[in-house]
Design a protein around this ligand. Structure first.
Ligand code: KIV
Ligand code: NA
Length: 265
């Protein structure tokens, strides 16, 4: 199988082919996902929640993400792998470049950062130094203590306009992909139409260029709390490979996420 690249993912947006992605943290699942049609994988700092068992992503370090990025890369040598930059690892452009180098050396193809305007210079520096960037707007789990909880973002008209403006600025600064988390479907649709880079939604409705879920959520492993945007594909499909194929198929044909998994403005 030829390697997946950012150019191919950009072409998928241009041609209207939906992008199906999942988080991954180890070689076994990375191999399974890449063999059953997942277009790219994210080594998310959600590993703080689903692997470590913490109540937020804040305890995760760059070394933690690097360790899991190595595992995911080993399981799928040709896959496109994004590594999350964890909390407080990109407070300045210089720090971001240092920490991103660790993740790229571990096998990442791209790094992901949470935030808007304050990151523009950091993104320019990373891209200049050869590190592709995925931005992340909407609900920012690393800022949960500032936000006061995990809530839908961008509901008020002014917040929606601000999110759209920041999305355009992030693209202008050099971001090549954008994750939109927990925003109204109508806002995600507007952003997706206005950007030339792919948007990847989680709790952001069906009109994003692609979708991502935390793998544990789509396998029904998250028993304490199921967010509205999650669907248990394993329950419906019966085994792991079939669950991954069902998820990929439903993202590609536009049947997932449905309105019941999405937020209104
Ligand atoms: O850490 C993570 O899993 C993420 C996705 C939810 C986008 O950032
Ligand atoms: Na994350």
């Amino acid at each position: 199988m030829a390697a997946m690249t950012i150019a191919k993912l950009a072409k998928m947006k241009a041609e209207g082919d939906k992008i199906a992605s999942l988080t991954a943290y180890d070689a076994s699942f990375s191999k399974l996902f890449s063999q059953h049609g997942v277009d790219f994988m994210l080594v998310g700092d959600s590993l703080g929640n689903v692997v470590l068992g913490a109540s937020s992503t804040l305890p995760v370090t760059t070394e933690n993400i690097a360790y899991h990025t190595r595992a995911v890369r080993n399981g799928a040598p040709e896959a496109f792998v994004i590594a999350d930059m964890p909390f407080m690892s990109y407070a300045t452009p210089e720090q971001a470049c240092q920490e991103a180098a660790t993740l790229m050396r571990a096998g990442a193809n791209m790094v992901k950062l949470e935030g808007g305007d304050w990151l523009l210079d950091t993104i320019r520096q990373l891209v200049t130094h050869g590190v592709p960037v995925c931005a992340h707007l909407g609900l920012l789990p690393q800022s949960v203590n500032v936000l006061g909880g995990y809530k839908v973002q961008g509901k008020e008209a002014s917040a929606a306009e601000n999110t759209l403006r920041q999305a355009l600025a992030l693209q202008e600064a050099g971001a090549q992909m954008l994750v939109l988390e927990c925003v109204p479907a109508s806002l995600a649709k507007r952003i997706t139409e206005q950007l030339s880079i792919p948007t990847i939604g989680i709790g952001a409705g069906k009109d994003c260029d692609g979708q991502i879920l935390v793998m544990h959520d789509m396998l029904g492993l998250n028993s304490d709390y199921l967010p509205k945007f999650v669907k248990d594909f394993l329950a419906e499909a019966g085994d792991l490979a079939a669950a991954v194929e069902l998820y990929v198929r439903q993202v590609k044909d536009g049947s997932f996420p449905g309105p019941e998994h999405s937020f209104k403005g």
